[in-house]
Design a protein around this ligand. Structure first.
Ligand SMILES: Nc1nc2c(ncn2[C@@H]2O[C@H](COP(=O)(O)OP(=O)(O)OP(=O)(O)O)[C@@H](O)[C@H]2O)c(=O)[nH]1
Ligand SMILES: [Mg+2]
Ligand SMILES: [Zn+2]
Length: 279
């Protein structure tokens, strides 16, 4: 826990009801002796990022962010379903969504699939956490924000945090040789203040972080390029799956909308409907 003046304080929750997550603002009581400060209350959150946990439960992982930066890279191979999901989560949390294409030094170029996000209106910045290339630009982009770095394990979130800070603060890992997958190096979320302004939260990589989609509006917000087309669909509540007179499907068939974007939408729609049916 950190005070407004930046001092690190050990603390204890006064009650088990007060379980703070990374990004929470809290009220606490200092005690006269050397014992840890007592956390008395968690202040109202502007937003929350939740993941699906065991037994259909959800678990909060971060709060009070204004930008959700989705870190992806050529290695490990990008998981676009996760990118879609996180973009939906950003929109549903009234936070800016940003894609960070890391490991520029590998010189693989942007995959076609990633360009589709740009065409859909999403902001993509490229950087190399390893060489520091374009990290200054990313630092400026994050300056006015409390950001969350999220994405697959091994994408380079912790390495990026270190590059943004200009020092080793977050523990970064190695990619395992077998399959070049991430190793889930970061175990718990942590918040860092950036030189020049802004703060970032480094979250553990996904597989452990699948944000839950609880609202069809969040799903729509992750696919903003559909909305103009959807206005012309025959049914006002068209879900663009197999409905007659669906203009989204027509656009896919005519090659005006990338099939990958529509497939990504259908995957999340299926999950959203299963979730909605189970409650
Ligand atoms: N070539 C290259 N490798 C990078 C770059 N950034 C990170 N890496 C490497 O990618 C591996 C994983 O980096 P981490 O920063 O631990 O990844 P993470 O996203 O924090 O992973 P988790 O904590 O498991 O979620 C490490 O071996 C890094 O050295 C980069 O810009 N270029
Ligand atoms: Mg990490
Ligand atoms: Zn439709």
């Amino acid at each position: 826990m950190e005070t407004d003046s930046g001092e690190e304080l050990p603390f204890l929750a006064a009650s088990r009801r007060h379980q703070p997550v990374c990004g929470d603002r809290v009220r606490f009581e200092l005690r006269s002796d050397d014992s840890p400060a007592l956390l008395r209350a968690i202040l109202p959150r502007r937003n929350e990022l939740a993941r699906a946990a065991a037994r259909g439960r959800t678990e909060l992982v971060a709060a009070n962010f204004t930008l959700l930066a989705i870190v992806a890279a050529p290695e490990p191979a990008p998981d676009y379903e996760l990118v879609d999901r996180l973009l939906c989560a950003a929109a549903g949390s009234s936070a800016e969504g940003l894609i960070v294409w890391n490991k520029l030094d590998l010189k693989r170029g942007k995959p076609e699939r990633l360009r589709e996000y740009e065409a859909a209106g999403f902001d993509i910045v490229t950087a190399s956490a390893l060489t520091g290339a374009r990290v200054g630009r990313l630092r400026r982009r994050l300056r006015a924000h409390t950001s969350v770095l999220a994405g697959q394990s091994g994408g380079g979130k912790s390495t990026l945090v270190n590059a943004l800070l200009g020092q080793e603060a977050a523990t970064a890992g190695e990619l395992s040789e077998k399959g070049r997958r991430g190793r889930h190096t970061t175990a718990a979320a942590a918040m860092y203040s950036l030189p020049g302004g802004g703060r970032v939260m480094d979250l553990p990589g996904v597989r452990s972080l699948m944000p839950v989609l609880s609202d069809y509006g969040d799903l729509q917000a992750g696919f903003p390029e559909f909305s103009a087309l959807a206005q012309e669909c025959r049914f006002a509540n068209c879900r663009h799956r197999n409905e007659p007179g669906c203009c989204v499907l027509e656009a896919v068939a005519a090659g005006r909308l990338p099939a990958g974007r529509h497939a990504g939408y259908l995957a999340l729609l299926r999950e959203f409907e299963e979730l909605a049916a189970s409650v």
